[in-house]
Design a protein around this ligand. Structure first.
Ligand code: HEC
Ligand code: HEC
Length: 373
């Protein structure tokens, strides 16, 4: 059947008629105060949930509904009342603002996130915003609740202070910028919004798991999933890696001892991954793939290949102060193979003493700190 193209239709519409229609449309806009703005955002289920529940559309819908009830939407983010919050004595919708200035609140934080973070970290915090394409390392997918650069042991969930530290400092050597240009209270609200996205994502996977185990999702099971997820966040403040006292000086002796520990397979064993010269090319870091080519031996928690850092570059993602590197050696880097040595025991004794870890810190720093002309 013949359909006129738009151009043909426009050509046939008398000019006066077109002008009247345009004027009418304009009046309508002015009358209702219409201002064109971005469409409201919605949360989607993660790719992992979608594929896990490929054959169970009704469960997918139920999980999406439960999540909206518990967490609201990106335009109206809010934690629903829940016994876990009462037990912890916290109001996550109005956390204390230590920055002094008025606390913006979760909805305002969501708007700031939309402007500043979404293009990298995605609507749900999945690290899949439009600007994330091709970035290495990829923006963090916070939905697993795994954060790499905290001051905490036991692969703990982060404290607000840890996320704030990332926002203040950015992550050196990656595309993650610092946000010092935003007011401290705004950064606090953003840290709370990141936690909100992480908890929401973790509850989503907990619900999928519960359904798989129990083949139904009762209201009690939904409540328990949230209580379980929150219990891990609630523990964070007790997990701080503390070092009392002065940082031991970077003497020649300590650097030499650090060098020995770094290469000793029975002590630091760092060279197995980081290589003899610290270039990230140790034998444990690589394997031979099916096609006979060398490829990274490890994958991270997000399923991407991961390589030990080239320590000669001096780009420390978690900070380059001695205490930052001490914490990395003590607590490892969650989500990847870098081990936590602070509490590793051997024959009933700590594998490394605190003094030995400081020697390693100074040795690692010496690999990139070039002294003299
Ligand atoms: C240009 C892209 C980009 C933008 C914009 C961006 N990030 Fe990131 N972000 C990253 C990358 C890349 C990483 C991962 C770096 C790594 O693995 O070392 C990251 C990591 C993080 C982490 C994880 C830190 C950890 O300990 O694991 C948090 C939290 C974070 N970003 C929050 C934010 C917030 C909040 C905003 C907005 C205020 C934001 N980011 C904006 C790219 C970005
Ligand atoms: C099993 C392999 C493995 C071993 C053993 C290992 N590392 Fe690592 N290390 C890694 C990986 C992988 C990374 C990069 C992690 C990332 O980017 O998420 C890393 C990163 C680091 C970083 C960078 C931290 C930052 O803030 O960016 C330092 C420093 C480091 N390792 C020191 C050490 C020291 C010292 C030892 C020995 C006590 C050691 N590593 C043992 C795998 C290992």
């Amino acid at each position: 059947m013949f359909r006129p193209t738009i151009r043909e239709r426009r050509a046939r519409t008398p000019a006066l008629q077109r002008a009247t229609a345009a004027a009418a449309a304009l009046c309508l806009c002015v009358a209702c105060g219409f201002e064109p703005g971005p469409a409201p955002l919605e949360f989607s289920l993660s790719g992992a949930t979608q594929s896990a529940l490929e054959d169970a559309p009704a469960v997918r819908d139920q999980i999406a509904r439960e999540l909206t009830t518990l967490f609201g939407t990106p335009s109206q983010p809010a934690y629903a009342p829940h016994p876990a919050w009462d037990a912890a004595g916290v109001d996550l919708n109005q956390p204390d603002a230590s920055a002094g200035a008025p606390y913006p609140g979760l909805a305002a934080a969501a708007e700031t996130y939309r402007r500043e973070c979404l293009h990298c970290h995605g609507v749900e915090g999945g690290g899949d915003g439009p600007s994330a394409f091709g970035l290495t390392p990829a923006p963090r997918d916070v939905r697993l609740g795994i954060f790499k650069y905290t001051a905490l042991k036991d692969q703990s969930r982060p404290r607000r202070a840890d996320i704030l530290h990332t926002l203040e400092q950015g992550i050196a050597g990656t595309s993650m910028p610092n946000f010092q240009r935003l007011a401290p209270a705004v950064r606090e609200s953003l840290a709370d919004y990141v936690r909100y996205l992480a908890i929401r994502g973790e509850v989503e996977s907990a619900l999928v798991l519960t359904w798989r185990e129990e083949e139904e999702l009762s209201p009690e099971a939904v409540g328990e999933a949230l209580t379980f997820v929150w219990s891990r966040w609630a523990k964070a403040p007790s997990k701080l890696v503390v070092y009392e006292g002065e940082v031991p000086a970077a003497s020649k002796e300590r650097i030499a001892r650090g060098d020995a520990l770094f290469h000793d397979p029975l002590k630091g064993n760092c060279a197995s991954c980081h290589g003899t010269s610290g270039a990230g090319d140790g034998p444990a870091a690589w394997k031979i793939g099916v096609d006979g080519q060398r490829e990274p031996a490890y994958s991270d928690a997000w399923g991407r290949p991961i390589r030990p850092r080239d320590l000669r570059e001096g780009l420390f993602h978690g900070g380059s102060r001695p205490i930052d590197i001490y914490r990395r050696i003590y607590a490892g880097i969650p989500g990847g193979p870098m081990p936590a040595l602070g509490e590793t025991m051997k024959d009933g004794e700590p594998l490394l003493s605190s003094e030995e870890m400081w020697c390693l810190v100074h040795y690692v720093r010496s690999l990139s700190l070039r002294e003299g002309p």
